[in-house]
Design a protein around this ligand. Sequence first.
Ligand code: CP
Length: 365
Amino acid sequence: MKHLIDPTDLTREETDAIVALGEDIIENREKYSHVMDGKKLATLFYEPSTRTRLSFTAAMMELGGNVLGFSDARSSSVSKGETVEDTVRVVGCFADIIAMRHFLEGAPLAASAVSKVPIINAGDGSHSHPTQTLTDLLTIKRELGRLNDLTIGFCGDLRFGRTVHSLIKALSRYEGIRVVLIAPDELRLPDYIIQDVCVKNGIPYREVRTMEEVLPELDILYMTRVQKERFLDEDEFDRIKDSFILDCEKMKLAKEKMAVLHPLPRVNEILKEVDDDPRAAYFRQVENGKFVRMALLCKLIKWKDEPGHETPALEESGIKLIDPFGWHCSNPKCICNNEQIRPLFRMSGSGIERCVYCDTKARRN
Ligand code: CP
């Protein structure tokens, strides 16, 4: 059985197969309209969502399957204190596959360790969002015709922006990728992504202060929202919320073939006037999200009983686990600090012990 918790849970070949299936579904909708007859998807959303939850729902319905679940955990037994592990054990009795969004980082990974059905991470805190990544890959492929030889500028909240973390990881497996990071100091890309993804894979990256200085060289401009909900200090949020705003004047600096992506929702980082520019791909990106999730559901259900597509248990995954005795995860928003989950740490590529659930640096007790 294969779960999708992190984009690198899929090999590059599996990723390409899902993107290619998404393209085929777009061309041959009717062919896929009954492939999930009798199957059920559970959507467990502990955090708000419009695109991800509804596109999963639409995807399963268009494949002929059914959907159950909750969009507000307060209406479930979570409000009585039921843990993530117990919840997925129960929901696995009713559904063939589960998509989970959680405000706690690492919650989908903890769920996958006890689940008897595939778990899809639909976004965990500021950590990871692998199905947005599949959406982004399909969009880049359709907009530019390729997934290699790209200069991609990530702009806005690169610190808490889980879609950015996941997309950089996924793109690091393609050839000729160059990354430009456009963010205020407070919202720089986390060091573990720079070290363990960019440096380790030889991805050229640079950090710049303005959009204008790099726009002419970009193939993709990936805009993100400064996320108010991730800030503890409202004054800090107010100070940096409008650091980067894309408007038609700035678009004049960009290549004719550049594509503007945004996972959405946007607030005011892309002015509405940009929407009519043919390079504004963010609403096409939303629709691609449904098709790629259709492809993902087909593949994960198919791979469930097929040898060669297993997600290894953490202990068997080949990563060096560190005895948790004497260490703790310093992230208060990690699942291992909020539920009775055994902390686990591994040695990262940069030689730093990190929490398996959220990638935060481990600390000695
Ligand atoms: N892109 C994205 O994850 O949007 P939602 O939060 O609306 O699901």
